[in-house]
Design a protein around this ligand. Structure first.
Ligand SMILES: Cc1c2[nH]c(c1CCC(=O)O)Cc1[nH]c(c(CCC(=O)O)c1C)Cc1[nH]c(c(CCC(=O)O)c1C)Cc1[nH]c(c(CCC(=O)O)c1C)C2
Length: 388
């Protein structure tokens, strides 16, 4: 029954005839082109800091919500109704990939994502699906993207995303969040071959998954290597970077064949030791956390890529005037070309949008310092300065 309703909806919302894009500032900035304002979006812009998100999610299982295209669409649009973001990111999670590969993942209240049976030893790789039918297992994400792109009505572009292989491997072995990632790192040192096998399996699924997202309507793609920071430069070179490169190259090669140009963003949290390499790994944009200075990031990436980031989310706990200074400095450091303003990691659940005290200015333009100040104010009043 629900299947036929789905079919009816998706006859109507098919991945074609999408509404014309009205605000291309984010896409232009990804390509290093001039824009009339600095585009802004926030990692985890859809999430628990919004009361409407908490209300919508109440009593619903997290991954059930991810499997409902209509729910994902609603949650993706919620922050855009409040704030003039320049891009939307599809509501989903990076851990849908381990699920598609046959692992059980649950979202446990107060604990976060939990794998009841994580991978323990290399033999456990045999328990994973050797050949994942991505359309079948993750088709619900593609439907969510198609529906959301239609419902966005061309207001801003829609970003699709994935976890990177090392980050997903870490969750699959740790069984959830971790501060040391010592169980997963044990594999790198003790079972390098099995580690590469798993990373390769993940890479293969990710490439098909990202291409499916583009076919469904994603206009940019972000790859989250959230656990880059627990690797040193040597392990990063061996276990992260080659797979990040492979993903971008394979996705781009395929897209080129069909004449499509979809910018890709790599965000390797705390991976600044790899910044030069990341800027030469076929991604148009490198996302940065707050532990790197904007000017040195520009120097080290040598103008080869656009940059995204990198305000410390905890700066939002500062008084408003201080936040204003921080944002201004950030804009001066990055410059306004080839730059996408964002936080250096996601918004935290306790950031209270109700404390917003002012109307955001209707147009945010950058070019001179006074206009820069407009963006500062916008950041200050409309998005991230929620603490008084
Ligand atoms: C809102 C949300 C999400 N995931 C989780 C939540 C909170 C749970 C809830 O609402 O009940 C659990 C959820 N999912 C995950 C975590 C982190 C667990 C941990 O390591 O401790 C939590 C709490 C795993 C995850 N999930 C994601 C990452 C990469 C980004 C990052 O580094 O934070 C990671 C690491 C990506 C992600 N996850 C989500 C999005 C879409 C929303 C948006 O960004 O606007 C995205 C892009 C959505």
């Amino acid at each position: 029954m629900s299947h036929s309703i789905f079919d009816m909806i998706f006859c109507f919302f098919s991945p074609k005839d999408f509404p014309k894009l009205k605000n291309d500032a984010f896409l232009r900035a990804c390509h290093g082109q001039e824009t009339n304002h600095v585009p802004v979006w926030c990692m985890r812009q859809a999430g628990r800091y919004l009361p409407e998100f908490r209300e919508f999610r109440a009593g619903k299982d997290f991954f059930e919500t991810c499997r409902s295209p209509a729910a994902c669409c609603e949650l993706t649009l919620q922050p855009l109704r409040r704030f003039p973001f320049d891009a939307a990111i599809i509501f989903s999670d990076i851990l849908v990939i381990p699920q598609a590969m046959g692992m059980d993942v649950q979202m446990v209240a107060g604990k976060g994502p939990t794998f009841p049976e994580p991978l323990k030893e290399p033999e456990d790789l045999l328990l994973l699906q050797p050949k994942v039918d991505v359309n079948k297992e993750l088709g619900y994400v593609f439907k969510a993207i198609t529906l959301t792109r239609h419902k966005l009505d061309g207001k801003v572009p829609l970003i699709g995303f994935t976890g990177a292989p090392w980050t997903l491997m870490a969750y699959m072995i740790e069984g959830g969040g971790s501060t040391t990632h010592s169980k997963a790192k044990r594999w790198l040192y003790r079972h390098p071959e099995a580690s590469h096998k798993l990373l390769k399996m993940l890479t293969d699924v990710i490439v098909v998954y990202l291409l499916g997202q583009v076919a469904a309507g994603a206009q940019a793609l972000q790859v989250f290597e959230s656990h880059a920071g627990c690797l040193g430069p040597v392990e990063f070179q061996e276990f992260s970077l080659p797979y990040l490169r492979d993903i971008a190259r394979k996705v781009k090669d395929q897209l080129k064949e069909s004449g499509q140009d979809v910018p890709m963003i790599v965000f390797a949290k705390d991976g600044h030791y790899g910044l030069e390499d990341l800027s030469q790994s076929h991604y148009e944009v490198v996302g940065l956390d707050w532990t790197i200075d904007p000017r040195s990031a520009r120097e080290r990436t040598g103008g080869k890529v656009s940059l995204q980031g990198n305000m410390d989310p905890c700066a939002l706990y500062a008084p408003k005037e201080r936040i204003s200074e921080i944002v201004k400095k950030m804009l001066e450091g990055f410059g306004t070309r080839g730059y996408i303003a964002n936080l250096g990691h996601g918004l935290y659940p306790d950031m209270d949008p109700e404390n917003d005290s002012g109307e955001p200015p209707s147009d945010i333009r950058l070019g001179d310092s006074r206009e820069g100040d407009q963006t500062t104010k916008w950041f200050l009043h409309s998005q991230v300065a929620f603490f008084s």
